[in-house]
Design a protein around this ligand. Structure first.
Ligand code: ATP
Ligand code: MG
Length: 396
């Protein structure tokens, strides 16, 4: 018979119970309220490792903002370049909403022109507007920052006049190109100065902190940075027991402790482990012996899914770099130790380092130090036959 399972491992899948984020949610709710009162607010950026719950948190916040009648749009930046197209589409959707009200129709021409200029000049796959050559010339611009700022100002002004605050939810910010990010920060900065009700709630891998401050020093005042991490013991306990509890199933204390220990409180791992434990359980009680029996399936599932998809995006030289990181023993490690383990000099491996950062596999922790963006990736690599083979070859 089909058995309902209350756990939801998977990218962006909202858990049955969102544990440990109440404080963040309450704080942002206050910002939304300010936005609704036309009080300019700081924007917010969440950073954290893979599977820690960034996407579900910003999705939850989007739902709350929508309930507060804030106009919300969601952008997921991808490695292929489509940020401009997405921003333009969101801005257009906003105008559509506003222009549905007759009395605001006259407000949309200015922002519409700004969007046209942005799209015509910076979206290589542009197919939104059919314009004559002559019109195109009219809209041509050379500066992305200027064009995007124009879009934000005109949209912001419309938002202000129509009392429709707007919030952009931008996920996977680390994939934004540096000039796009710079332009976005400038545009938001200007809108903020003018007191318009426009806000961004963003999320991305830990390297975005550095990306933002590299781009513009004032970005630190524009954004509130919040690192989100694994759940505490208490929060993990809730993430584990509440979903099953809704279906009348309990865990023993030892069973929960074992799951917390193995998953280290990482939300994705908790969902994955509990999904297996629940699937394999019989009756209304889960004890630690049962959890133990599920351990092998848990690691197999992670190795063949969560970890493998990341590993398989790496080239041979990327993989060697990763092996050398793991061989360092403790992470974060320095690039010079990685180079030593590869028997190469630092300069010759710096392109691989950059490549792995841009693929979102590793990130610079502090100056010169590196770590994996995927929690527990070291353990996975150590289980790999390829790594063991590499160690033997290195010795000889
Ligand atoms: N606070 C939480 N409580 C319980 N489960 C959670 C929580 N946050 C996330 N999860 C679960 O963890 C998994 C990963 O969440 P999510 O996709 O939001 O992570 P992410 O940080 O966006 O990862 P990535 O960097 O890979 O995009 C999902 O299965 C989700 O249901
Ligand atoms: Mg995500």
């Amino acid at each position: 018979m089909f058995k309902v399972n209350p756990y939801r491992p998977g990218a962006g899948l909202m858990p049955t119970y969102l544990a440990g984020r109440d404080e963040d949610i309450e704080n942002i709710e206050r910002l939304f309220d300010a936005l609704n009162m036309n009080i300019p607010t700081q924007s917010i950026i969440f950073s954290g490792l893979r599977g820690v719950g960034k996407t579900v948190l910003i999705n939850k916040l989007q739902k709350i903002a929508e309930d507060k009648e804030i106009f919300c749009t969601h952008i997921e930046v991808e490695e292929r370049n489509d940020f401009i197209a997405q921003i333009a589409a969101c801005a257009q959707a906003f105008l559509r909403k506003v222009s549905a009200k007759e009395k605001f129709r006259n407000l949309i021409q200015k922002p519409l022109d700004a969007i046209k200029s942005l799209v015509v000049s910076f979206d290589p796959n542009e197919n939104t507007f059919s314009l004559s050559m002559q019109e195109r010339e009219l809209y041509k611009s050379n500066s992305l920052t200027q064009s995007l700022t124009e879009v934000f100002i005109t949209i912001g002004e419309t938002a202000y006049k129509t009392e429709t605050p707007i919030c952009f939810f931008v996920d996977e910010i680390q994939y934004m190109k540096s000039e796009e990010l710079g332009a976005l920060i400038s545009a938001l900065h200007r809108t903020n100065q003018l007191g318009y009700p426009v806000m961004i709630v963003g999320a991305g891998l830990p390297k975005i902190y550095k990306m933002l401050s590299d781009e513009k020093s004032y970005s630190e005042r524009l954004f509130i940075y919040k690192e989100i991490g694994s759940l505490t013991e208490e929060q993990s306990y809730q993430a584990i027991t509440i979903p099953a509890g809704k279906l009348g199933v309990d865990y023993s204390k030892e069973a929960v402790e074992r799951i917390v220990a193995v998953t280290k409180g990482y939300p994705f791992f908790i969902q994955q482990m509990c999904q297996i434990v629940y699937k394999e359980s019989e009756g209304k009680y889960i004890d630690s012996a049962h959890v133990e029996k599920c351990m092998e399936e848990f690691f197999d599932t992670l190795d063949n899914g969560f970890f493998k998809v990341r590993y398989e995006r790496c080239s041979d030289s990327d993989k060697k770099f990763i092996f050398a990181m793991v061989k360092c023993g403790e992470l974060p490690c320095t690039i010079s130790n990685v180079a030593k383990n590869l028997k190469k000099d630092v300069t010759s491996i710096s392109t691989i380092r950059a490549q792995l950062i841009s693929k979102g596999i590793i990130y610079p922790v502090r100056y010169k130090e590196l770590d994996f963006t995927v929690p527990e990736f070291t353990g996975y690599i150590q289980r790999l036959g390829e790594y063991k083979q590499w160690l033997i070859e290195k010795k000889n």
